[in-house]
Ligand binder design. Structure first.
Ligand code: ZN
Length: 337
């Protein structure tokens, strides 16, 4: 579900005078800057490409996106209280430094100080998945909750831990990099160098690979196309599953089992109030969610301990849709209510 854009024509004094924040979803190819109210209503979104030719150039493109979004929103600048940025990669949120981002070609970039210098507004930065979880407890499925986990499954996998309403970072900000926990010894090679990582088994590219390997083994499927040399996409697998293709459905059941295997650890480790599933793969909706819930229900039926900490309603898809990057970033500078 997309967050509704607020009617730009509705420019009453109370609308303009309330506090606003800018949430910036910073990607390696695109930047989306949204002007957001304290309830998670998005007034305007400005999108542009990211110039990654140098850290200076990428910071300039972020600053330009923020300025354009503020201009288009027609909110007086004094009512913009801050700018939050969700960044792909390792971030020192306290110091405001982008420690390492492959997508942005960053190493130890003083993001907060540089952008505050350009924009003249308080800035806060965070890893994008960590920020998304904060978006969920402020504006989304976990609204009002204090202890949730947010599992993002897209081209990669990571979780974010919200503990007592705050993001839990671990020793060096790596807490949540569960995509590189090995769930199958000697499994497929992962981009981190390891084998059988959760990400190499269940992220978007892995879902496509698992279906493709079944086709290569000679299985029948509507996905078989002799004129096609390149591998499948994850979206194609979900589409075929939606049409009842047995190979695609079987693939999603296997992936669902692997995700459920990791989720049972998370429920037993943290006993969270809720686990929210997000990321590009989660946009497939029930086709993605149903095999996970089914598998966890089977496990819980066999273990009273798991049954104590897991109920089907404790796993939900994000309600923030594609705007979660903007809303999570805006939540970085929105005080809890
Ligand atoms: Zn890995």
């Amino acid at each position: 579900m997309e967050s509704p854009l607020i009617d730009k024509g509705h420019n009453s004094l109370s609308t303009v005078l309330q506090p606003w924040h800018v949430g910036v979803d910073v990607g390696g190819t695109k930047i989306a800057a949204g002007v957001v109210d304290t309830n998670g209503g998005i007034r305007v979104i400005y999108r542009r490409s990211t110039d990654t030719s140098s850290p200076q150039a990428s910071l300039s493109s972020i600053a330009e996106a923020v300025e354009q979004a503020i201009t288009e929103s027609a909110i007086p600048r004094q009512h913009i209280l801050g700018v939050g940025l969700g960044i792909p990669g390792l971030v020192d949120a306290d110091k405001g430094i982008g420690i390492a981002s492959v997508n942005l070609n960053w190493q130890n970039v003083p993001v907060k100080a540089a952008l505050e210098g350009i924009l003249g507004l308080p800035c806060a930065i965070e890893n994008d998945v960590r920020a998304a979880a904060l978006g969920e407890v402020r504006f989304g499925a976990g609204r009002g909750l204090e202890n949730i986990l947010y599992l993002s499954i897209g081209t990669g996998i990571a979780i974010s831990i919200i503990q007592d309403g705050k993001i839990f970072h671990g020793l060096n900000g790596m807490a949540g990099e569960i995509g590189h926990a090995v769930i199958e010894r000697d499994g497929p090679l992962c981009k981190c160098g390891g084998r059988g990582c959760f990400e190499a088994m269940a992220a978007g590219p892995a879902i496509a690979r698992r279906a493709w390997s079944k086709i290569q083994a000679g299985r029948a499927s509507m996905l078989v196309n002799p004129n096609r040399a390149d591998a499948l996409t994850c979206e194609e697998v979900f589409q075929a599953a939606g049409l009842g293709d047995s190979l695609a459905c079987e693939t999603l059941q296997e992936v669902g089992k692997d995700i459920a295997f990791v989720l049972q650890f998370l429920f037993l480790f943290y006993e969270p109030q809720l686990i929210v599933l997000g990321g590009g793969v989660s946009l497939a909706g029930q086709l993605f969610l149903d095999p996970i819930i089914k598998s966890l229900e089977q496990q819980a039926a066999e273990s009273w301990v798991l049954a104590k900490v897991f109920k089907p309603q404790m796993i939900q898809l994000t309600t923030l849709g594609r705007d979660i990057g903007i809303l999570g970033a805006a939540a970085l500078c929105t005080p809890p209510r």
